[in-house]
Design a protein around this ligand. Sequence first.
Ligand code: MN
Ligand code: MN
Length: 464
Amino acid sequence: MSENKTKDRKEQLFSTAKNGYDRISQEDLAAMEAYCRLYRDYLDRGKTERECTLRTVQLAQERGFQPYRTGMDLQPGDKVYVCNRGKSVMLAVIGRKSLAEGARIIAAHIDAPRLDMKPTPLYEDSELAYFKTHYYGGIRKYQWVTIPLELRGVVVLKDGTVVPVALGEGDEPKFVINDLLPHLGAEQNKRPLGEAIPGESLNILLGSRPVGESGEGDRVKLQVMELLHEKYGITEDDFASAELEAVPAGNSTDIGLDASMIGAYGHDDRVCGFAALQGLLDIDVPEHTAVCMLADKEEIGSMGVTGMQSAAFDTFLHDLCESQGVALRRCYEKSFCLSADVTAAYDPNFADVFEKRNAARLNYGVGICKYTGARGKSGSSDACAETVAFVRRVLDEAQVIWQIAELGKVDAGGGGTVAMYMANRNIATLDAGVPVLSMHAPFETVSKLDCYMTYKGCKAVYQA
Ligand code: MN
Ligand code: MN
C-alpha cells in the first residue's frame, strides 16, 4: 500500500480517541462553564447526604416537581418525587409511553467518605477535648489529619425532634485531627502508609479552654458540652441518637491556571448525582418515564433503608406502575439504568497501577465502565454487549463526548457501584461517570468537560 493509502485505511479502521477539547463545540464550551457553576453551588450547599437531599428537593420543587402521594393520578409530563427519610431522593417525569415499555433510570449516590462520630464520642484527655470517630467508606486515613474540618448532621432528641447541626461553616471555628511532628516521627515513618494513622487515632480536637476551678477534672469537656447545650439544647446522652459527620471544611474551587478543573470534597458521587438531577430537571416530556435515583449508603455497600438495595426504590416504581395498571416486573425487564458513578482518572504520577490502553483520561468525556468489581470481575454485574451498544448509540446521537475504561490494572484492586443492585432487579444496567483524580480523598479533582459531558449523557439517556 502507498503511504497515503495506509493513512486512509488507518483513519477508516482505527479508533481515533481525541482529547475532548479538540471535539467540543463553542456552544458546549459556554454551556459547560454555566453548568459547572451550578454544580459547584450544589456541592457547596451539600456536604452530607441529608444536605444533598434537602437541596435536591428544593431544586425539584422550583421546577414543578410534587411530592408523590399514594394513588395519585399521573399523566405524561407530570413530575413527582419521594424523599426517603431525608437521606435519599427518587424523582420521576412521567413519559408518553406506558411503563410497560420500561423506564429510563439514572442512579447515583450522594453519600461520600467521611468521619462519623462514635455513639459516645466526647472525652477529655490531658486537658484537651476530643470527639472519637469511626470512618465511613474507604478512606486513606493519613489524608484526614491536619486539614480543617466541619461538623454536619443531626441530633435527634428522645421526643423525636430533629436538631440540625452545622459547626465550622464560613468564618466559624473549624476542627482538626492532629498528626505527629516529623522531629518525632522516626517510628511512625517505618510503618506502611495504611497503618501510619490507626483508625482509633482519628480523634477530632474540639477545645482546650477549661471552665470552673483548677483541680477539678473534665473542665474542657464541660466547656464543650456547655457550648453545644447553649447552641443546640443537647446533653451528652443525646449523642446516642445523633448522626454527626466530620467533612473537610471549605468550598469547591476551580483548579489550574486555565481553570479547567474543579477541586472539592465529595465529587464521588455528587458529580454524577447532580448530572442525573440537572438532566432530569432540564428535559421536556420524555417518551419513556424518566427516573432519577439519588441513593445513600453506596460507600458502605448500598445496604439499609436508604441504600440502593432498599425496597424503597421498588415501592416507588411499583406505585408509578400501579397507576398505569402495569406489573413492576414487566416494567423492570424493559427498563434501562445508567449507574452514574465516578471512575478513576489516569494519573501519570501513579502510572504503574493503570493499564493505559484501558484507563479513563481527564477531558475525554464521560467514562463508560462495562464492569467494575475486583480480580476476575468479582462483585460486578458486567453489562452485556447489547446494553453497551445501546448506550454508544444514545451518546453518539446526542453528541456526547465519551470514553470506555476500566478502573485500573486487573490485579491492582477494585471497586463497586450500585450497578449490580439495579441489574439484580432485572434492569439492563451500565456504569458511566466522571473520571476523578485522588478519588475518596478529602479534596478530589475532576475536569469541567467531563462533568458537563456526564450531564449531557444523562439527559440523552432520559430521552432515549
Ligand atoms: Mn461512587
Ligand atoms: Mn466511592
